[in-house]
Design a binder for this molecule. Structure first.
Ligand SMILES: [Ca+2]
Ligand SMILES: [Ca+2]
Length: 104
């Protein structure tokens, strides 16, 4: 059973407010819905099915890094890699981090 949006946001806020790291959001990594799982190097938004047209990659990204277990990077995250702000990185889809909610 999936939690409702209000419960999901509430759980996110609890997690965010309990973490003392930079941004006071608890972490330096945040998921977006971007992925290139369909075709390597061609990113689209899972949330809309539309292609990614604007980009804001960290230097050297996307690099589709391959890990020892064979996993490659196919999911798009925001990453404050150099402490200068959140930019994009492709990372393993199994990576556990925070997500961002869009409220309309
Ligand atoms: Ca990839
Ligand atoms: Ca990467």
């Amino acid at each position: 059973m999936r939690p409702s949006l209000s419960i999901t946001i509430w759980l996110l806020l609890i997690r965010v407010t309990r973490c003392p790291r930079p941004y006071r959001l608890g972490h330096e990594h945040f998921w977006t819905s971007g992925t290139d799982q369909g075709e390597e190097g061609t990113f689209f938004w899972l949330s809309t099915g539309r292609p990614v047209t604007y980009t804001n990659w960290n230097a050297g990204e996307p690099n589709n890094f391959r890990y020892e277990n064979g996993e490659e990077e196919h999911c798009l995250e925001l990453w404050n890699r150099d402490g200068k702000g959140l930019k994009w990185n492709d990372t393993p889809c199994s990576f556990e981090t925070f997500f961002v909610c869009e409220v309309q």
